[in-house]
Write a protein that binds this ligand. Structure first.
Ligand SMILES: C[S@@+](CC[C@H](N)C(=O)[O-])C[C@H]1O[C@@H](n2cnc3c(N)ncnc32)[C@H](O)[C@@H]1O
Length: 310
């Protein structure tokens, strides 16, 4: 197996947000290459504790020896969705939670995972390979309307309908089995014409989000994080695109309000007072510093938001 290497994004900023200390209990819901996890354990030495999970079994297996070397006896890690963390992490017991969303470099680099249009691989894209739904199932099975909706909502693809119809037409002749097969169809339909990004970028992002129900997991994960935090505990979330960031912003705004309201629209007469559950630790999203931006191109789109439990 190739080395499991992922360059951790905004580690210093996450430490500054969570302020790990000896005896503290922390959660890393997106272990990946375990960079944040190791930084939190180091900063909370000698007695800080870490609960960690990742949907990706390979990431979890790689994290165990990596963390075990220096921090044996101070962590529990499992394969699973962070949306389910409240099922195994004690409620109200944690001082900090970090979620570093999206995919890791090893996921993108391993052709057989099917996340990247740059490598020839099966159309898979499952973060958790125990799940049955794959990208191939969607591409070969979803109707044109459903595909167009995925491409538009999760990829912001302006040609969503045209591309969806073309996929449905093309698959009558043969099933889509590989990443290149799909990427080549999109290249033919939407040539690059000097644009920087590959024409399949948005389609691949959209399929990945749909296959892994990333938006649903994020909403449930934010709620679960609030459950496991103790009052005064902090939640740090790193997002990589505007859809994710919007979910975090809206969640924070809602939980920081001192009232709820019924219906879709916030009308002052329909407000019911209640104590807010969270407060913003920083009003604006935190961006990586110039040095990190230079050193790690992946950090370019990263934004960190930090909330505190009241
Ligand atoms: C950007 S990487 C995390 C990198 C990690 N922070 C580090 O320092 O190496 C994102 C990881 O989150 C995982 N992931 C994404 N959504 C998840 C979810 N809902 N539950 C658990 N893990 C998830 C992915 O499998 C991937 O390994």
């Amino acid at each position: 197996m190739p080395d499991f290497v992922h360059k951790t994004v905004m580690a210093a900023e996450v430490l500054n947000a969570l302020k790990p200390r000896p005896g503290g209990r922390y959660v890393d819901g997106t272990l990946g290459g375990a960079g944040h996890a190791a930084a939190i354990l180091a900063a909370s030495s000698p007695t800080g504790w870490l609960f960690g999970c990742d949907r990706d079994g390979i990431a979890v297996e790689a994290a165990k020896p990596r963390l075990g070397e220096k921090f044996a006896g101070r962590f529990e890690v499992r394969q699973g969705n962070f949306a389910d963390m409240a099922g195994w992490i004690p409620a109200g017991g944690c001082d900090g939670v970090v979620l570093d969303l999206g995919v890791s470099s090893p996921q993108l680099d391993l052709a057989e995972r099917g996340f990247s249009f740059q490598h020839e691989g099966p159309l898979d894209m499952r973060m958790d390979t125990r799940q049955s739904l794959t990208a191939a199932d969607l591409v070969n099975g979803a109707g044109a309307e459903e595909l167009a909706k995925i491409f538009w909502e999760f990829g912001g693809e302006r040609e969503s309908r045209r591309l969806a119809r073309a996929i449905v037409e093309d698959r009558k002749r043969r099933r889509f089995e590989t990443t290149r097969q799909l990427a080549e169809l999109i290249e033919r339909l939407s040539p690059r014409r000097g644009k920087k990004a590959h024409p399949a970028t948005k389609i691949f992002q959209a399929l990945r989000i749909a296959v892994n129900d990333e938006m649903g997991s994020l909403k449930r994960g934010l709620e679960a994080a609030v459950q496991v935090l103790k009052p005064g505990g902090r939640l740090a979330v790193i997002t990589f695109h505007s859809l994710e960031d919007r979910v975090v912003k809206e969640f924070g705004r809602e939980e920081a309000r001192a009232y709820t309201f019924s219906g879709e629209v916030d009308v002052p007469e329909l407000r019911r007072p209640r104590p807010p559950a969270l407060k913003w630790v920083t009003r604006k999203a935190i961006r990586p510093g110039a040095e990190e931006l230079d050193d790690n191109p992946r950090s370019r789109s990263a934004q960190l938001r930090v909330l505190g439990k009241i």
